[in-house]
Design a protein around this ligand. Structure first.
Ligand code: SAM
Length: 235
């Protein structure tokens, strides 16, 4: 992905950051909370595990990790949009349990950690923004300990029937309008359906994970396939 494309995505998230959490809950009818809970429970972490949440945005995955696995879990979050990280800080600071969740401004392609540091890596709703998915998957593989797990959430589209028709109308017509109204951003919520349409079908993305070295790759459609959870392990 060119520097120009990365800058475009980063600037877009910086600009929508103040409305990001509110619009997530509204536009997904709070399903996003359930989707992140499924992502985190798929990690099956042992006590004292270290987890890296990439494209952490405003920190909701990190908060869910601590909620499910407690304060002894080491959680690190990286994102390349400074405004998203700025809004994550007060949310993460107010957590009662455990040491602070560490945040860093970093690109998923250039992670500021030594190889083999993490028991698990997560990415929620970030991978569709990344064109060179295979390279970033290889970076994640490198950062995991042997036996570590990668879990990725991404938006999809219901496969067939009425659910698909209704969803496509909502996602392509209504959502950009509501998103534009609240965020005051002219194209971020039109970019969203376009970026989801470009995302590969689940079997194809699972094959990319396998090519990056992951084994036991599986995927689980959530809410009729509106979101898909991908999980793979580093042998
Ligand atoms: C849709 S938001 C998801 C935020 C969070 N994971 C969540 O569940 O709400 C996508 C995030 O990915 C980040 N992002 C996209 N490409 C990235 C990259 N190459 N490196 C780091 N962060 C990236 C954006 O800045 C944005 O915060």
């Amino acid at each position: 992905m060119s520097r120009q494309e990365l800058d475009f995505v980063r600037d877009m998230f910086d600009r929508i950051a103040p409305h990001y959490d509110f619009l997530n809950r509204l536009l997904s009818l709070r399903q996003d909370v359930y989707w992140r809970a499924k992502l985190v429970s798929s990690l099956e972490l042992a006590s004292g595990a270290r987890v890296l949440d990439t494209a952490c945005g405003t920190g909701d995955v990190g908060i869910e990790i601590r909620r499910q696995f407690g304060g002894q879990t080491g959680v690190f979050g990286i994102d390349f949009a400074p405004e998203m990280l700025r809004l994550a800080q007060p949310k993460l600071k107010n957590m009662a349990d455990g040491p602070p969740i560490c945040l860093a401004a970093a690109d998923a392609f250039d992670l500021p950690f030594k190889s083999g540091q993490f028991d698990a890596i997560t990415m929620a709703f970030g991978i569709r923004n990344i064109q060179d998915k295979e390279t970033v998957l290889k970076c994640f593989w490198d950062q995991l300990k042997p036996g570590g797990r990668l879990a990725i959430l991404e938006l999809g589209t219901p496969a067939k029937g009425l659910a698909r028709q209704v969803y496509l109308f909502y996602f392509n017509k209504l959502l950009p309008f509501v998103g534009r109204f609240f965020s005051r951003h002219s194209f971020a919520y039109s970019y969203l359906p376009n970026s989801v349409a470009r995302f590969p079908a689940a079997p194809e993305f699972a094959a990319m994970m396998r090519r990056a070295g992951f084994t036991r790759v599986r995927y689980l459609p959530l809410t009729k396939g509106i979101t898909v959870l991908f999980v793979g392990d580093k042998p």
